[in-house]
Design a protein around this ligand. Structure first.
Ligand SMILES: Cc1cc2nc3c(=O)[nH]c(=O)nc-3n(C[C@H](O)[C@H](O)[C@H](O)COP(=O)(O)OP(=O)(O)OC[C@H]3O[C@@H](n4cnc5c(N)ncnc54)[C@H](O)[C@@H]3O)c2cc1C
Length: 182
C-alpha cells in the first residue's frame, strides 16, 4: 500500500529529499544482480541441461521453409522447427518491412555521479530506486554506490525523446530529458 515516505526517508534514506506528499513503497526483497555474473550462471546451467551454445556467429537471415525455419549465419545454415528470436534492439533487422515501423530504438543516457562521501549513498542507506517526479518531469531510476565512492551513484531515465534512427534529433537531444530532470 503506497504511503507518504517523507518521515521514513529522513530517518532511513537521507539521500532522498522528498515532499510531504510524496507516496512510495519499499520492497524488502528487492535488490540487483550483476549482469555479467548472472549471464555466466545461466550459460553454465544451460550447458548442464544439454543446450548447445554457439558464440561469435552472426545471423544473416531467418526464413520460413516447408516444415520449419531456415537460419543462415556467417558460418553455416540451420534448419529447425521453431525459432525464438531475442535480438534486443536489433530485432528490426529480422522482421518484415511492414512491421518495422512498430519498433523504434531509443538512446538511453546514464549518469554516474562521483561522491565525496559514500556513506549516505552506500547500499545500506540508499536502495535501488525508481522515482516518478512531479509536474510531468517523467521518472528517474538509480543505484547506490555499489562499487565505492569513486564509481559513484548511478542515475538515469527511460528516455523516449530520441529514436536512434533519427540522427539529427539524436545529436540535438543528447540526453536532454535526462539532464532536465536531474
Ligand atoms: C541503459 C540500459 C539500462 C538498463 N538497466 C536495466 C536494469 O537496471 N535492470 C533490468 O532488468 N534491465 C535493464 N535494462 C534492460 C535489459 O538490459 C534488457 O531488457 C535486456 O538486456 C534484454 O535482453 P535480451 O536478451 O532480450 O536482448 P539483448 O541483451 O539486447 O541481447 C540481444 C543479443 O542479440 C545479439 N544479436 C543482435 N543481432 C544479432 C545477429 N544478427 N546475429 C547474432 N546475434 C545478434 C546481440 O549481440 C545481443 O547479444 C537496461 C537497458 C538499457 C539499454
Amino acid at each position: 500500500m503506497p504511503c507518504s515516505i517523507k518521515r521514513s526517508c529522513e530517518h532511513d534514506f537521507p539521500s532522498f529529499k522528498v515532499r510531504e506528499t510524496t507516496l512510495g513503497y519499499y520492497e524488502y526483497d528487492a535488490g540487483y544482480v550483476r549482469p555479467e555474473k548472472i549471464i555466466a550462471v545461466q550459460i553454465d546451467e544451460a550447458r548442464k541441461k544439454g543446450v548447445v551454445l554457439q558464440f561469435d556467429e552472426r545471423v544473416l537471415a531467418i526464413t520460413s521453409i516447408a516444415g520449419g525455419v531456415s537460419i543462415s549465419t556467417d558460418k553455416q545454415n540451420y534448419s529447425v522447427q521453431k525459432v525464438i528470436l531475442a535480438a534486443g534492439s536489433w530485432l528490426g533487422g529480422f522482421i518484415p518491412p511492414e512491421y518495422q515501423q512498430l519498433f523504434a530504438v531509443y538512446r538511453q543516457v546514464l549518469y554516474w555521479f562521483a561522491l565525496a562521501d559514500r556513506s549516505s549513498f552506500d547500499p545500506v542507506r540508499t536502495p535501488v530506486f525508481i522515482w516518478q517526479l512531479p509536474d510531468g518531469e517523467g521518472g528517474i531510476y538509480g543505484f547506490p554506490a555499489v562499487d565505492g565512492a569513486s564509481h559513484g551513484v548511478k542515475v538515469a531515465t527511460h528516455n523516449m525523446d530520441c529514436p536512434r534512427t533519427d540522427r539529427a534529433s539524436q545529436s540535438r537531444g543528447k540526453g536532454a530529458r535526462t539532464a532536465r530532470v536531474l
